[in-house]
Structures are given as C-alpha cells and as structure tokens.
Design a protein. Structure first.
Length: 319
C-alpha cells in the first residue's frame, strides 16, 4: 500500500479501559485482566508476539517450566478466541525457546492449544531476517514464525490485493492458449507467499525503542491490511512498545492492548500519538532490504593480492 493511503494526521485520545468508542486502548497490566473488558465477537484481528519464556522483564523476570508456559499461553489464547468474530483471525508471532543449547519450537508446542479452542491454521508464515546473535555450536537463528488461525470455513477476511508485492517477471506473456500474447502477471502484483523477508528491529533501525524484543511495524501492517478492514478492532495482548497499535492506526483500524511494564505502555502511547500527528518514523512497506556497497563488501583477504578480485558465486551466495 502506498503511504498516501495511510491515515491522515488527526488528534487522538488514548484510553486505559476499553469501550467500543475508543480509537486506541492501552492498559498497564496482564492481558488476563484486560481481555475480559472486551465483549465477545468484537475482535477482528489479534496480532501479537508473546513472551518466549526467557526471563525478560515483561515476563515478570521469571522462567516457567514448559508445561507452565503452555498453560499460561492457553489462558490468553482462549480469552482471545472467545472474543473473535466469525470472520476474524489470530496471528501468533513466535520464535524458539532455547535452554542449554536445545531449541524448543514454541509454535509446535502451541499449535494444539489453538486446535483445542476450535481454530484452524491457514498459514505458517516464515519471517526471515538477516541480523541476530551468532551461534558457535549450532546454526544462527534467522527466522521466526507467524501462525495465522481462523475459525473453520471460508468466512474469514482475506484482502490479498492489499498486500500484493511486485512481480518478478511483470513483462511475461502467455505462450499459448486463448490468452497467448497477453501479459500473464496480475497488474496489482503477486501473492507475497508465506516467506516474508523483513528486517528485524536492531540498534540502528529507525523504529528502535527501549523494548528488547520489538517487531517491525511493516510486519504488522501486512497482517492488518490483509486480515481486517477500516474501522475494525485489532488486539495485541502483549503490546510492548505498541507496534501493533501503530500499524492499526496508520490504516484506520482501532486497537487495544496491554503490557505489565508501565514504561512500555508509556512508550506505546507516545508512538501512537506521533503516528496520529504524522511525525512517527517507520520503515516503509515494500522498501527493498538494504544491500551494502563499497569496500566493506570485499573481504580483506581478497584485497591484499588482487584488489579487484570479484567474489566467487559460492561466496556471493553465502553472503
């Protein structure tokens, strides 16, 4: 979507308790206490990245057993599902829990919980990014997953045209048949598929805040545009620094969320206010991933003897 189609600057009031009239509701406290304020059949879209059970401040500084963690997530998932519209969606963006160099895929652990409440998986989206910790005894993690669930049937909202991406071969034509000679590509672009390459929020990212595990606004924007319509309510039960609320606001959706850390809610309020005023900087959707250029892209062991020696195909691929 072009930035000109985003919400125009407008004054905004942020509430701390939910009512149907609120544009934005941000509450300090656990989602288990906040969600009952929202009536059933009110949520069009839930987008969240829950705690990964690694002892962060927003996890009350504790690490649970796997069983305790799944039970805690079950409570939140059930409360969300009870408030989800028949045409609504839940997107649970999650990574891995790592203990003693053992990787536990959290999405695999939580999938049965969503099935327990009657939801069905539409896509398991791979979010790929290129920066993160470098591991010494296993391959470095460079992806997380987004599990997209809806109720059974075909009633769910899916606005594919709103999230199409540029075609790889826009000038390609049909070779034979009744459309021979006509362009075969959709003029609006192609389906983005289930592998999304979007930079993660690190120290030099334009959206970086005080939250240690922030996800990018453009990741949420794609889900908001595809799975909701203007005026709908978008919930993030673990809202952190407010990326979900920002994405919802930018595209004329209402939002609600909670977090147990007061400083994160304060930052979320600042960000949505700035978004409402048109002063918040975010990474634009569809901007290509940055590719470094110049001398930094040439290995020093190539520079020493042959300064202009190009990288081999294998080395280029591995970069």
């Amino acid at each position: 979507m072009d930035s000109s189609q985003r919400r125009k600057p407008h004054p905004l009031a942020v509430a701390s308790h939910y009512t149907i009239k609120n544009d934005v509701t941000l509450q300090v406290g656990p989602c288990e206490l906040f969600l009952p304020e929202i009536p059933k059949n009110h949520l069009q879209l839930v987008v969240t990245s829950p705690p990964y059970n690694i002892g962060k401040r927003y996890e009350r500084g504790r690490k649970l057993t796997i069983e305790q963690y799944v039970d805690e997530q079950r409570t939140a998932i059930k409360l969300c599902a009870e408030r989800l519209r028949p045409e609504g969606s839940i997107c649970w963006q999650i990574g891995n829990h790592v203990t003693d160099n053992e990787v536990v895929p959290i999405d695999v652990m939580l999938y049965p919980v969503f099935r327990e409440v009657g939801l069905v998986l539409r896509n398991r989206i791979i979010w790929h990014f290129e920066h993160g910790l470098h591991c010494g005894r296993r391959l470095s993690g460079r992806y997380e997953t987004i599990m997209w669930f809806t109720w059974p049937g075909q009633r769910y909202v899916f606005n594919l045209d709103a999230i199409r991406v540029p075609q790889k071969y826009p000038g390609k034509k049909y070779f034979k048949g009744p459309k021979a000679g006509q362009y075969s590509a959709n003029p609006l672009g192609k389906n983005p598929g289930d592998v999304w390459v979007i930079p993660n929020v690190k120290h030099n990212h334009v959206e970086k805040t005080n939250h240690p595990c922030q996800f990018p606004v453009e990741l949420v924007e794609r889900l908001v545009l595809a799975l909701s319509n203007p005026g709908d309510l978008v919930l993030d039960p673990y809202i952190g620094s407010g990326s979900t609320a920002v994405a919802a606001l930018l595209h004329n959706r209402r939002s609600a969320g909670a977090d147990i850390v007061p400083e994160y809610i304060d930052r979320a309020k600042e960000r949505v206010q700035m978004a409402a005023e048109g002063t918040l900087r975010t990474r634009p959707m569809h901007r290509p991933v940055y590719k470094p250029q110049g001398s930094i892209t040439v290995a020093p062991w190539h520079k020493s003897n042959q300064p202009d020696l190009p990288l081999t195909p294998v080395e280029t691929l591995n970069d």
